[in-house]
Design a protein around this ligand. Sequence first.
Ligand code: AMP
Ligand code: MG
Length: 397
Amino acid sequence: MTIDLPHKRVPIDEARALVIGAVRLLETESVPLSELAGRTLGATITAPHDLPAHANSAMDGYAVAARSTGPWTTSAQILAGDNPAPLAPATAAAIATGGVLPDGADAVIPIEQVVEADGTVTATGVVRTGDHVRPRGADVQKGDRVLLPGTRLSPLAVSAIAGLGLTEAVCIRRPRVAVLSTGDELVPPGMTLQRGQIHESNSVLVAATLIALGCEIVTIGSVADTADATHDAFAAAIGSADLVVSTGGVSVGPRDYVKPALHALNVTELFWRIATQPGQPVWCGSAPDGTLVAGLPGNPLSCLVGLHLLLAPAVRAMTGDTPEPVTIRASLAASITQLPSRLRAIPMLLRDGQLEQLGAGSSHQLSRAARANALALIPMGDGELLAGTLVDAVPLV
Ligand code: AMP
Ligand code: MG
C-alpha cells in the first residue's frame, strides 16, 4: 500500500514536535565512573558530604590565629594529606596548598606576604579571619544537588562526580539505533566503482553522528531496492532498536519501497515531507512497539538535515536531555537567497563568528560540504539575506 499525494510539507518545528512526542524516556542503569563521559544522567547527583570536607589552605604559607599578632615561631609543618594537631597558641604552622587548617588557626598568610627572620615569621600586612582559607563546604554542602537528571555528562561533570567520591552514577541507557541504507547503486568504500555505482556514505554519517550523541548502533545494513528486501530489513530492525533510521528510497521513484514497507508493518505515519531545502522527503512513523522509524532521503546533505533537525532531538528526548537543538547566532559571510516556503539548511564553516558558504549548492555535494561545522538555518522568505545578517546555526557534532 502506498500513501497518495498530495502530502503537505510539514514545518520543521511541527515535525520535530511530532518525533519528540513519539518517543519515550528510556530506562536507567548504573554506569561506572570510567564510562560516564558522554552519558546522560537519569538521577540527581547529590553531594554525599561537604566539599571541601575539611577547611584547608588556598595558598602555600603560614596558618595562624588572626587575632594573635606576630612575629610567630613556626611550630609545625602541614603538607597536603596530613591530619594536623591543633596549632600551638601564638605560633604559626607552615602549610602547603590543600593542607588541612589546624584547629586554633583561622587564617593563612601567603608565603609572599611574610618576612622570615631569626626563626620567626612576621606578616607584612593585616591578617583577617578567613584569609586564604577554603572553608569546609565552600564548594558544596552535604545534600546539595550538584547535577540534575537529563544532564549530558562532560569530562568536567564526570570529574566533579569523582571529586564527590562517587564511583558510579545512574544514567539513561544508551538509545539503540539500527541504520539501514537502501539503494542498488551503493557499494562499500574500498570497492572499485562500476559504471552507475556510488560509494555508500550515509550510514557512516548517521552512525557517527548518533554515536556522538550517546547512541549505540545495533545494526548497519544495506538493503536492495526490492519490496521484499525492504520489508524484511525493517521488520528485523524494528524489533532490535529504539530508533530505526533508513536512508534513500523514501521519495516517489519507481524503486522507493520504504513507505510501503513501513505501512505494511503497521508503522503509523507521523509525517512525510518537511518544509526544508534540502531534506524534504523525510518519512517518520511510530511502530506498534513504540520504535521511532525515520526514512531519511538518500542525498547525503538531505540526510544531514533530518539527522540534526529531527533525529538528534528525538535521541535527546529519549535520554531526558533538552530535545531542541542548541543554536548559535552567527553572521553570514556572504549574501544568500531565501526560499518562500522552505527553511534552507545549509552546511557552512563557522569561523571567527562568521558563517562561510562552502559552495555545496546541491544536496549531493558531500565533498564540498566536508569542512562544514555548522548547519546554517536560512528562514523562509522571499528576499535576499545580506552578508552580515545574523542567522541561527546548529553546530554539527
Ligand atoms: P534516493 O533517496 O534513494 O532516491 O537517493 C537519492 C540520491 O542519494 C541518489 O543519488 C542516491 O544514489 C544517493 N544515495 C542514496 N543512498 C545513499 C547512501 N547510502 N550513500 C550515499 N549516497 C546515497
Ligand atoms: Mg534509492
